[in-house]
Design a protein. Structure first.
Lengths: 259, 317
């Protein structure tokens, strides 16, 4: 089985994020870069499937050179090889351009399964997996809390508001995972050493056969007019419970007409 | 006035509140036409859509539209966009809604903005990003603008119209049928409002300490007619089901009132609730960062404060 896992480097999940003043894109220099947290679950799920069914795992990423750290992390977790699309012209790409670039890189490599985390913690759109499925013309199995592969078919539990749907498709398929699905492993020392020798194919947009006019900030189909920090909230009333905290709280809710 | 498509969210033939909100918002952009996809269209649904100003409803009735996730919905909408050339498409910012918007954007060569909390008459969307710390205004500059809009962003205001039903049949492509829904499992029928749509949310976090601890959270929620939420710490510990998680990797909520109990307020959680209108925090740690967001906070043991609050509300009822 050939498995791809698409990963993204994002600003540290626990750091405050900012937009850049010059072009209104995410300031990626302002915080440490880490692998998007949900993508770690995607890597883990791929590794578990590989343990059960064999095959090869390729990490696919697009992003600046420093995203190579995220590629190394995925390789040190146990993935076999990686493709890194890196090119200045990609800067500022929106979800449409990102899905175009990823789908182009993935197309023709005969992957049976293409994994994603269900959202990135920076943009939080949750649309790229569905867009890649649309572009590749393969089944979309997204928001999976469980993935089972049996021969040439794949079954997932898709998380919904009311519980979950069981969704089945024939391979190939795009699968995105939620964090409930597993517990990602930490890279072992052995894994970290082994990752240094694993093949990473670095592609420019020209290498990948991408049309540059469809990439980057200038090609985005949405434009930021302006942005501003949310004004800080006025300090509220904080009381210490002296046995009547609940009553005081009820009083506040009554004044606010909630009760 | 130009036509604006509003995708109706519904379950068991009942139109969800977010659709009334989207119709209200759509009236400031043009003439709203609702789009009903899937089985279950009924008089009650028609009444709600008409009450909130839909002049038309396109009904694509049939199980084939919901027995395959997302893709058939995008096909129905692409078909309607090409036939009727609306000036915008509005979809609720649910997981399905955003994915539908994404696929539709590719099909109709249009820009898409997700998680809008407002759209001005000249179609500039307001988004609250990075856990509510930054407000962004942006617009679509290509094709038919597609917006997904967060629940609880626009107060629904009735504007009664005469609703005209237009039946549409869009064949579902083979591609869209590649993924098939073979079962639906209802995890928990708790009778509480939908977390994303609820006017009041009562949440519990690490301070709740155990699954059993959520009984006091649920009791308060039920007294207020609220939905129950949980922080990542609580869902990761298995104390409360995952689908109730509020935060960066869970649901984003924006209720009128958010009561956080035993939640310290890491950015992971704030990202999911910071835009709530009124925030109440109960935590025994006076240093908990969530107090910075609180309109009212109680430093104290939630197992004393919350039951007392529940009793007090019952007394006043």
């Amino acid at each position: 089985m050939k498995i791809a896992v698409c990963v993204k480097q994002v600003p540290d999940t626990w750091a405050e994020k900012k937009l850049r003043g010059d072009d209104s894109t995410l300031d990626r220099e302002a915080a440490d870069g880490v692998m998007n947290e949900l993508d770690e679950y995607a890597v883990e799920e791929a590794l578990k499937l590989q343990e059960a069914h064999g095959g090869e795992i390729t990490i696919v990423t697009m992003g600046p050179e420093r995203a190579g750290e995220t590629v190394r992390k995925a390789l040190s977790m146990g993935a076999d090889a990686a493709v890194h699309l890196v090119d200045d012209t990609l800067h500022g790409s929106d979800a449409l351009a990102t899905s175009y670039a990823l789908a182009t890189v993935l197309d023709g490599r005969d992957f049976d399964l293409i994994f994603f985390g269900s959202e990135s913690t920076d943009a939080r759109m949750s649309v790229v997996p569905a867009m890649v499925a649309e572009r590749l013309g393969v089944a979309q199995l997204t928001f999976a809390q469980k993935v089972d592969v049996d021969g040439t078919s794949v079954t997932i539990q898709r998380v919904t508001d009311y519980g979950f749907e069981t969704v089945v498709a024939s391979l190939p398929a795009v699968v995105s995972v939620v964090e409930k699905i597993n517990e990602p492993r930490y890279p072992s020392f052995k894994g970290i050493m082994a990752a240094k020798k694993k093949p990473v194919e670095t592609l420019s947009t020209a290498d990948a056969g991408l049309d540059g006019s469809r990439l980057g900030l200038a090609a985005a189909w949405t434009v930021v007019e302006d942005f501003a920090a949310r004004p800080p909230k006025a300090t509220g009333t904080i009381v210490t419970d002296d046995g009547d905290g609940g009553v005081k709280l009820a009083e506040f809710l009554a004044v606010q007409k909630f009760i | 006035m130009s036509e604006v498509l509003v995708v109706a969210e519904h379950a068991d033939g009942v139109v969800k509140k977010v659709t009334s909100e989207l119709l209200t918002l759509a009236r400031t952009l043009g003439e709203p036409s609702a789009v009903w996809i899937g089985p279950g269209y009924c008089d009650a649904a028609a009444a709600t859509l008409g009450e909130f100003g839909a002049g038309k409803v396109y009904v694509a009735d049939g199980a084939q539209y919901i027995d395959h996730p997302v893709a058939p919905r995008a096909e129905v909408l692409a078909n309607l966009v090409s036939e009727h050339s609306p000036s915008a498409v509005l979809i609720a910012s649910s997981a399905d809604g955003k994915e539908t918007a994404g696929r539709l954007a590719i099909k109709i060569n249009s820009g898409v903005i997700t998680d809008a909390i407002g759209i001005s008459a000249d179609r500039i969307a307001t988004q609250s990003v990075f856990g509510g710390s930054t407000v962004v205004h942006s617009k679509v500059i290509k094709g038919t603008p597609i917006f997904t809009v967060r629940p609880n962003s626009t107060p629904p205001v009735p504007a009664s119209t005469t609703l005209t039903r237009v039946d549409v049949t869009v064949p579902v492509s083979e591609l869209a049928m590649k993924a098939k829904v073979t079962g639906r499992t209802v995890a928990q029928k708790d009778g509480r409002p939908d977390l994303a749509e609820a006017a009041i949310v009562v949440s519990g976090g690490r301070g709740v300490g155990a699954a059993e601890g959520f009984a006091v959270i649920e009791a308060l929620a039920d007294t207020l007619g609220a939905a129950v939420g949980a922080s990542r710490a609580a869902t990761d510990a298995g104390w409360y089901p995952h689908q109730y998680q509020v935060g960066q990797t869970g649901k984003t909520v924006s209720p009128q009132l958010y009561l956080a109990n035993g939640i310290s307020g890491a950015i992971q959680h704030r990202a999911g609730m910071q835009t709530s209108k009124t925030i109440v925090v109960v935590n025994k740690d006076s240093e908990a960062p969530l107090f910075e967001l609180a309109d009212f906070g109680v430093v104290g043991d939630l197992f004393k404060v919350v039951p007392q609050l529940t009793e007090e509300i019952k007394k006043r009822a």
